[in-house]
Design a protein around this ligand. Structure first.
Ligand code: ZN
Length: 203
């Protein structure tokens, strides 16, 4: 098993609709084991295959991760047969580090999908499981949770998110440059970084 690198927005992979899984072979078995490990290691309650760079219709979910994996589920080629009612929840996403946004979803859903043994899973979901399932299913259709916001909200939220990422990237670059120049300790790096920022030096 291996922890897979996460695909971070804005990456084109997250906008592509994923293809159905046509054969459950060892590659798919291993891939789901890796998705499981990646989801838990990233403290996520759900993960869709595009978030680890594969556009195929697989999701893993565990909305109660404190139960030591008892609530873990994986779904291959999942669909929503029907949905009812409305709910909203402050959602986050492993592909949008640090971003939380209130998204409206169906309250209860009737779900179908397959597991690794090819067995048909057919169940009703509500609460956090229903929200998480809809979030992951969106990923399989190339839709992210910010696409569920109003156009105005989406613009504002994405702008803030991208600005924050840019700042984080700049901080990282400065730290890298300082490391290259042999500034060893983290404290030294932070102080030197501040000095660089104050004088506005960019190399
Ligand atoms: Zn997500």
């Amino acid at each position: 098993m291996a922890r897979l690198p996460l695909v971070i927005y804005p990456d084109e992979i997250l906008t592509r609709p994923s293809a159905e899984v046509t054969e459950i072979d060892q590659d798919i078995v291993d891939f789901i084991a890796n998705m499981r490990e990646t989801m838990y290691a990233s403290n996520g309650i759900g993960l869709a295959a595009p978030q680890v760079a594969r556009n195929i219709r697989i999701m893993t979910i565990d909305v109660d991760p404190d139960q030591g994996g008892k609530s873990f589920m994986h779904l291959i080629n999942p669909i929503i047969v029907e949905g009812h009612g409305k709910t909203s929840y402050d959602e986050g996403c492993l592909s949008f580090p640090g971003l939380v946004a209130e998204v409206r979803r169906k309250k209860t859903i009737h779900v179908q999908g397959y597991d690794l043994s090819g067995r048909l899973l057919d169940f009703e979901a509500d609460g956090l499981l229903a929200i998480c399932f809809q979030h992951e299913l969106d990923h399989l259709n190339g839709v992210t949770f910010v696409d569920r916001l109003s156009p105005v909200q989406k613009t504002l939220v994405v702008r803030d998110y991208l600005k924050r990422r840019e700042e984080d990237e700049e901080d990282k670059q400065i730290a890298d440059i300082l490391r290259m120049h042999g500034v060893a300790s983290e404290r030294e790096a932070a102080e030197a970084g501040e000095a660089v920022l104050k004088t506005g030096v960019r190399t």
